[in-house]
Ligand binder design. Structure first.
Ligand code: FAD
Length: 329
């Protein structure tokens, strides 16, 4: 039975794992996080929840539409009705989907049938006879014939370097095409309700001086029925400028810009998360790249192809199909 290690249990890694397992491959997924999902991230805040990574996603490709349909039938995904936002923002004129209990629940559902080792940060890759060995920070080793790396590209490059593996010309070209924007995310618990207009979002110009790009009311969104929580995303410029600052102070600065909708007295508590890699704003045009190594090595994730949640899904699917011999040569 062909064996594969997948580094990264985000949408790309979990999708590849599913497809390979479906086709009788032996798969082990490693993730450094305490749980699965990566940027499909939801935090529990008291009685509430807040999505602090991806906020919603679209489904434009038939494979992903079919996957989303299955997730909807399982009650894991809902459509987020943004019709009222469409009046002012034409980019919402096609369906947007969310995790019914937060975006992370989608990854948890997908991981049910996948053997994932969490808390396992890959720190070294060693070529061995017949494949590769992955060493994790905890000292465990995993061996397989094939390796898929689905972590953000700067982290993948560091992993290769630490492993003494020279990237080939294909990887170097692909990696040089890819970059990610940082994003500072604030999650606030409110005492009462907020006055964010229906359907619960505020979207500002990316160049806005106040530094706020996006606000979502997670109660109106439907993922936090017992507690009003708010997610704020800073603009990329603001995030870049304040990435290394004291996060508590940065969170307050952002919330202070929103007192028209969220009075300071209604904020019971807040937490701040720093995403060094949020959206892949520049991507390699193929869904994955084949690495130069004495074993089968593929790199994918949202830096490859379409980007976003759907692009990560497509990247994972295309990598699996390539290994199964049903994708591109
Ligand atoms: C703030 C923010 C807002 C966003 N908004 C949207 C949106 O509205 N719509 C949309 O479609 N997309 C959005 N995105 C992007 C979307 O979340 C990503 O494109 C997608 O989730 C990426 O999936 P992935 O599997 O490629 O990577 P990831 O989700 O990053 O998964 C990679 C995994 O690898 C793990 N990992 C990293 N290094 C190692 C290591 N050395 N060893 C083991 N594991 C490791 C990580 O823990 C992680 O779980 C947003 C992202 C952020 C952060």
């Amino acid at each position: 039975m062909p064996s594969t290690i997948i580094i990264g249990a985000g949408m790309a890694g979990l999708t590849a794992a599913h497809e390979l397992i479906k086709n009788n491959h032996e798969v082990t997924v490693l993730d450094k996080g305490r749980g699965v999902g990566g940027r499909l991230a939801t935090r529990r805040l008291g009685d509430g929840r807040a999505d602090h990574g991806a906020q919603f996603f679209s489904a434009r490709t038939p494979d992903f539409q079919a996957h989303v349909q299955q997730l909807m039938e399982a009650g894991v995904v809902n459509e987020w009705n943004l019709q009222e936002a469409e009046i002012v923002d034409t980019t919402f004129r096609h369906p947007r989907y969310i995790g019914a209990e937060g975006m992370n629940a989608i990854a948890k559902y997908m991981a049910k049938s996948v053997p994932v080792q969490t808390g396992e940060r890959a720190v070294r890759i060693n070529p061995i006879a017949g494949g590769c060995q992955v060493v994790t920070e905890s000292g465990h080793t995993y061996e397989a014939a094939q390796l898929l790396i689905t972590i953000p590209v700067p982290q993948a490059e560091a992993l290769l370097k630490d492993s003494g593996l020279e990237p080939g010309s294909l990887e170097i070209r692909a990696f040089s095409n890819i970059s990610y924007q940082p994003c500072i995310a604030v999650m606030a618990v409110l005492n009462g309700t907020a006055t964010i207009p229906t359907p619960g979002i505020l979207r500002f110009d990316e160049n806005a001086d106040h530094g706020v790009a996006w606000v979502a009311d997670n109660r109106q969104k439907g993922i936090s029925p017992n507690q009003t929580t708010i997610t704020v995303h800073a603009t990329h410029a603001f995030s870049q400028l304040h990435l290394e600052d004291d996060l508590n102070a940065v969170g307050k600065k952002l919330l202070d810009q929103l007192t028209e909708w969220i009075p300071a007295c209604s904020v019971a508590s807040y937490q701040v998360h720093r995403w060094r890699y949020s959206l892949a704003n520049q991507r390699h045009d193929e869904a994955f790249v084949v690495g130069k190594a004495p074993f089968m090595l593929l790199f994918g994730g949202d830096g490859f192809g379409m980007g976003n949640v759907e692009g990560a899904f497509q990247s994972g699917l295309q990598m699996a199909r390539f290994l199964l011999g049903t994708g591109r040569a």
